[in-house]
Design a protein around this ligand. Structure first.
Ligand SMILES: [Zn+2]
Length: 550
């Protein structure tokens, strides 16, 4: 999740009959701050994150956060300046190494810390960052980052964080770039009495403090991306089940508002069947050690690692709406399926740069189709994913700008998913395709990746050079068109509206008979065809479908 799915719904409702693409988005100007935030600066590159201990008090009464983050790192190259990120109005009070305060210089959202002690390659050191403030309030969670401070129907605090894109540094100091993840993390959150905090991983212990407040210690034993780290505070009630999965018993824990317990017990039945479908297609759930959780929040939802957040109103569809218009989108709870799909694509396989966000959203939107297929059959899955095409805008390429924390078009959801569905048609072997999806999850397990790694992997495993295929769908906004014409008993065809060298094979039905074509931009000829040739392009290929003769 992230970005304007809600906006897309509105657009699709209002403009579904209008075929004209939106005007090309203007390239926004990038600032020096964008580069500091979005690139692997020299002050980031020399050290490798190994562990965080985030230890804070969250106070709903005055919307403040106060505490410290202990950052443990391994020195890769000796260097004396370290960049950590913390966005105003949050402020660093002091930074310590071995008990000694360090000089700190703020530059916008970045804080440059001078380390007087020598940083010897291979050693593991820590800095302790003390900080406080009133973190940014999210205006439109989860699409804008920050805290959400709400109340439940009894007037008790109902608080959550969401910050994909805008950055975890909105509320805690960290290395706010996706290429590097700590190997594990301890999250200690102090909250007022009678409230529960749920974060990522497993609850290690709860301390009761002398003032009646409680500190919840959650431990994540796997690498975690920074936007996945989250705080959820409410008068939660808890129920649980055990899922017998591919890797053994998976603990599934559910935290919901007291008033929603009975609705949740019914609606969350979608969890085991989601896990079942995705383990079939992608392999074992990637965080057995950290358990699976679904946590109610005061916003739509987000793929927080091992604590998926939920606010879909205990109804099927996307807030009750079928994004595909096929009817199949109302057979399941969109947020449970979509956000759980992200455990494989986002949390286990994670982009290094948000420009490659399609690795999260295209695969995860595609996972909705695989869920539908697993439970309702292949035709249903096809109808679902083909139905999503009406949401495609063709406004800008799916891949965004590198090094400046800038994602590409929201087409990464429906168009990227249809690209993968098209690739499956090319592979034309369902077991092989499933093997490739499972292979991705094995070979890039718990890694941060670039689009190139994923593209190369798919080329290699399909046995086809897919470079122009990906250039077309990820780096261009045009939709390929299969042009064809009849001349006597010869039938001619070619690709148009494509990038140079586009050579995707395509399946057509010629007078009802299946024919695989290998078109290029040059006209090719099929001899000996009937004069009245009825041409039907397989609708599962995402190309222009209404192709008149040329
Ligand atoms: Zn998503």
């Amino acid at each position: 999740m992230k970005h304007s799915l809600a906006f897309r719904i509105l657009v699709s409702i209002m403009l579904s009959a209008v075929a004209a693409p939106a005007a090309l988005a203007q390239t926004p100007p990038f600032t020096r701050q964008d580069s500091i935030r979005g690139s692997i600066t020299p002050e980031r590159a020399w050290w490798d994150l190994t562990y965080y201990h985030l230890d804070i008090a969250v106070n709903p009464a005055d919307s403040t956060v106060r505490g410290k983050n202990t950052v443990q790192y391994k020195v890769l190259q000796p260097h004396q300046r370290m960049q950590l990120d913390l966005q105003p109005p949050m402020t660093m009070e002091k930074v310590l190494q071995n008990g000694k305060p360090l000089p700190v210089k703020q530059d916008g959202n970045a804080w440059f810390i001078t380390l007087p002690e020598s940083q010897v390659a291979g050693t593991v050191n820590t800095v302790e960052v003390h900080y406080s403030g009133k973190p940014q309030v999210s205006v439109r969670p989860p699409w804008t980052g920050g805290f959400t401070w709400q109340k439940d129907s009894k007037g008790k605090p109902f608080v959550a964080t969401s910050n994909q894109g805008d950055g975890a540094s909105l509320w805690w100091p960290c290395k706010d770039h996706m290429y590097d993840e700590p190997d594990s993390m301890l999250i200690s959150i102090r909250v007022p009495e009678n409230l529960t905090n749920v974060s990522n991983g497993r609850l290690r212990k709860v301390d009761t403090n002398t003032d009646g407040s409680k500190t919840f210690h959650w431990f994540v034993s796997n690498p975690i991306n920074n936007y996945g780290v989250n705080v959820n505070i409410a008068d939660y009630v808890h129920f649980s089940e055990k899922y017998q999965g591919e890797k053994g018993v998976l603990d599934c824990d559910y935290y919901v508002l007291r008033e929603n317990l009975s609705k949740a017990k019914k609606q969350f039945k979608d969890v085991p069947r989601t896990l079942q479908a995705f383990e079939h297609w992608f392999g074992p759930y990637p965080f057995y050690e950290d358990s699976y959780k679904l946590v109610e929040v005061p916003y739509l939802g987000m793929e927080h690692q091992s604590s998926v957040t939920y606010g879909n109103g205990y109804q099927n569809g996307y807030m009750g709406y079928d994004l595909s218009g096929s009817g199949w989108g109302l057979k399941f709870d969109y947020i449970i399926v979509h956000e759980t799909g992200h455990e494989w694509f986002a949390n286990s396989i994670t982009y290094k740069d948000i420009a490659d966000m399609w690795v999260h959203e295209s695969f995860t939107t595609y996972s909705e189709n695989l869920f539908v297929e697993y439970h309702y059959g292949k035709e249903a899955g096809n109808a679902y994913i083909i139905g999503l095409r009406k949401n495609i805008q063709h406004d800008a390429p799916i891949i965004g700008d590198y090094g400046v924390n800038r994602q590409g078009s929201d087409d990464m959801y429906p168009k990227g998913a249809n690209m993968l569905h098209t690739l499956r048609q090319i592979v034309n072997d369902d077991e092989k395709w499933r093997g490739i999806l499972r292979g991705l999850n094995q070979d890039f397990y718990h890694q941060t990746v670039t689009t190139q790694q994923i593209e190369d992997y798919l080329s290699q495993k399909t046995g086809r050079d897919l470079s122009t295929f990906f250039n077309q769908y990820l780096r261009d906004t045009r939709l390929p068109r299969l042009e064809h014409k009849q001349e006597g008993t010869s039938w001619h065809y070619r690709w148009a509206n494509t990038v140079d060298g586009f050579n995707m094979p395509v399946k057509v039905h010629l007078n009802g008979k299946v024919q695989w074509l290998e078109p290029t931009s040059k006209w090719q000829e099929l001899k000996g065809s009937k004069k009245t040739l009825k041409v039907v392009i397989d609708p599962n290929f995402y190309i222009e479908q209404s192709t008149p003769g040329v």
